[in-house]
Design a protein around this ligand. Structure first.
Ligand SMILES: *[C@@H]1O[C@H](CO)[C@@H](O)[C@H](O)[C@H]1NC(C)=O
Length: 441
C-alpha cells in the first residue's frame, strides 16, 4: 500500500511538473542524456577513466523563467536547462511517441574551447576574441534521433556553475545513412547554426568535409568562410552550395556522380573561433547486378547428356551477392535447382564486381521433361534481379499428327505380332503337354 502511495504521488508530481513546465517550453522535449565524466586515474597515472551519469536536459527556445527541477531521485547537479534559440533540439525525432522501443541517444561531455591550427580555420582566431567569454562551462552534446532520422552535435556555454547553458554552435545532418545508385548525384546533408548573440559568431566560420573508410581518412574539401578560401582534394567532383552556406548555413556536400569508391563515412565539421562540432553521414553506393545466362537458348539432348550453363552477374556493388537457379516446366510451376557453384569475383575498372554461378544440367536426373524456362535469380542489396532463357530438351518433342498415326500403325502391327507369338506359344505348349502325358503313362 505504502509503495503504491509513493508511486502515485510521484506520478502526480511528475504530471504537475510537466504541466507547469510544458507551458513554458512549448513542444521542446526533456532529453535524457548520458553525461560523461572524466575520473582522475588512480595512483597518479595519466589514464583517466570515464564514467557516465544520467542527466536531464530541459530544452527551451527562450531563456527559462526559473530553473526546472528533475525527479527527486536525481542529483540536481545533473539537471540542465538549455536555451536553444534555433529550436534544433526541439526536433520530433528526439522526442519519440511514448512507448516506442527505439530511443533517441544523447551524450554530453565537457568541452575545452581552443584555437585550431588547421589552415582553413586558423584565420578565425587571428584577432583574439574575448578570452573572458571563453571562461565559462562549455559542453558538447551529441544527439541521435530515433530511426536514424538525424544527428545533431551542439556546443553549449553556461556561465560558471549555472547549469543553464545556451547553444552556441550546432551542426545537424538529416541524412544519417544514404544509399545512392552509381552515377547519380548525391546530397550529404549538413547544416550549421551559430548563435547570433555570441561574440564568436560574428568572426567567421569554417566547414570541412572528410572521408573515412576502413581507417583511411582524407580531406574532401574545406572552406574558410571568413576569407572565402576553398581547399579541394584531388579528383574533385564534390562541391558546396556557397550561397546557401553563407545565407542559411547549408553546408551539404554535393557529389556530382556517385562512384563505388565513394562509399564510406563522411564527417561534416563546423568551426567557429575556438569551437568545433561535427556529425557523420554514411554513404553506400549500391548498384544491382545485370544478369545473363550462357548459352542461350539452352539445348539439351535427353539420354544422359550433361551441359554446364553459366549465369553471369556483372556491374554490381557492394560485393555481397547470392545467385540461384530456377526451372519452370510445362506445368507452369517454378522450382529451385539450387545455387550451382559460385566462381570467384572480378573487379571492373569502375569498382563494380562480376561473379558467376555454374550449373550442371542433366535432363533425366533433374526431371526437366521436355524443357521450359531456366531462370537465374540474384539476391543483392540493390534489389532482387532475375532473368531466364528457354531450355529445350531434344528427343522429347510432343508427338505431331503424323507421329500419332504412325504410332497407331506401330501399335496395330505390335498387337498383331504379340497375338501371333502368343498363339505360337500356346500351340507348342499344348504339344509338349501331350508329350509329357505320354512319358508318364
Ligand atoms: C542545401 O543545398 C542543396 C544544394 O543546393 C539543396 O539541394 C538542399 O535542399 C539544401 N538544403 C536545405 C536544408 O536547404
Amino acid at each position: 500500500m505504502t509503495s503504491f502511495g509513493v508511486v502515485c504521488a510521484l506520478c502526480l508530481a511528475a504530471v504537475a511538473a510537466f504541466r507547469v513546465h510544458g507551458a513554458a517550453c512549448s513542444s521542446c522535449p526533456v532529453l535524457e542524456c548520458w553525461f560523461v565524466q572524466e575520473v582522475a586515474g588512480r595512483g597518479g597515472g595519466l589514464t583517466g577513466s570515464a564514467n557516465q551519469v544520467r542527466s536531464l536536459l530541459h530544452i527551451s527556445t527562450e531563456p527559462h523563467s526559473r530553473p526546472p527541477r528533475g525527479p527527486s531521485d536525481m542529483d540536481p547537479e545533473r539537471v540542465f536547462s538549455i536555451t536553444d534559440p534555433a529550436g534544433t533540439l526541439c526536433h520530433s525525432a528526439l522526442n519519440p511517441p511514448s512507448g516506442s522501443i527505439k530511443k533517441p541517444q544523447c551524450e554530453m561531455n565537457r568541452f575545452q574551447p581552443q584555437p585550431s591550427h588547421l589552415k582553413w580555420v586558423a584565420t578565425l582566431t587571428d584577432s583574439a576574441t574575448s578570452p573572458a567569454y571563453l571562461q565559462a562551462d562549455w559542453f558538447s552534446v551529441s544527439n541521435q534521433g530515433f530511426n536514424d532520422q538525424l544527428i545533431i552535435s551542439s556546443i553549449l556555454r553556461a556561465p560558471a556553475a549555472s547549469r543553464e547553458p545556451d547553444v552556441i554552435l550546432s551542426v545537424t545532418t538529416k541524412t544519417v545513412s544514404v544509399q545512392a545508385r552509381l552515377g547519380e548525384p548525391v546530397l550529404l546533408d549538413c547544416s550549421l547554426w551559430a548563435n547570433p548573440a555570441s561574440p564568436l559568431s560574428g568572426s567567421g566560420f569554417a566547414v570541412e568535409w572528410r572521408y573515412q573508410f576502413r581507417g583511411d581518412g582524407r580531406l574532401v574539401l574545406a572552406y574558410d568562410g571568413k576569407t572565402d578560401y576553398l581547399v579541394e582534394a584531388q579528383g574533385g567532383g564534390a562541391t558546396l552550395d556557397f550561397e546557401g552556406l553563407h545565407e542559411r548555413g547549408n553546408a551539404s556536400l554535393i557529389l556530382q556522380e556517385a562512384k563505388v569508391h565513394h562509399s564510406g563515412m563522411y564527417i561534416c565539421t563546423a568551426y567557429l573561433p575556438y569551437l568545433v562540432a561535427q556529425v557523420t553521414v554514411q554513404l553506400e553506393v549500391v548498384e544491382p547486378p545485370s544478369l545473363a545466362i550462357y548459352p542461350s537458348p539452352v539445348a539439351l539432348a535427353v539420354p544422359g547428356q550433361a551441359l554446364t550453363v553459366q549465369c553471369e552477374a556483372s556491374g554490381f556493388a557492394p560485393l555481397s551477392l547470392e545467385l540461384s537457379w530456377t526451372f519452370r516446366g510445362a506445368d507452369g510451376k517454378s522450382r529451385s535447382l539450387g545455387s550451382g557453384s559460385m566462381t570467384g569475383h572480378r573487379e571492373a575498372w569502375d569498382g563494380t564486381f562480376s561473379q558467376s554461378s555454374r550449373l550442371e544440367l542433366e535432363a533425366a536426373s533433374m526431371d526437366l521433361g521436355k524443357g521450359g524456362a531456366l531462370g537465374c535469380v540474384a539476391a543483392h542489396l540493390g534489389g532482387t534481379q532475375q532473368t531466364s532463357v528457354t531450355l529445350n530438351v531434344a528427343g522429347f518433342n510432343s508427338p505431331s499428327i503424323e507421329d500419332s498415326m504412325a504410332m497407331v500403325g506401330v501399335a496395330l502391327v505390335l498387337y498383331g505380332l504379340i497375338k501371333f507369338i502368343s498363339w505360337l506359344f500356346t500351340f507348342s505348349g499344348s504339344a509338349q503337354d501331350n508329350d509329357k502325358d505320354k512319358k508318364c503313362k
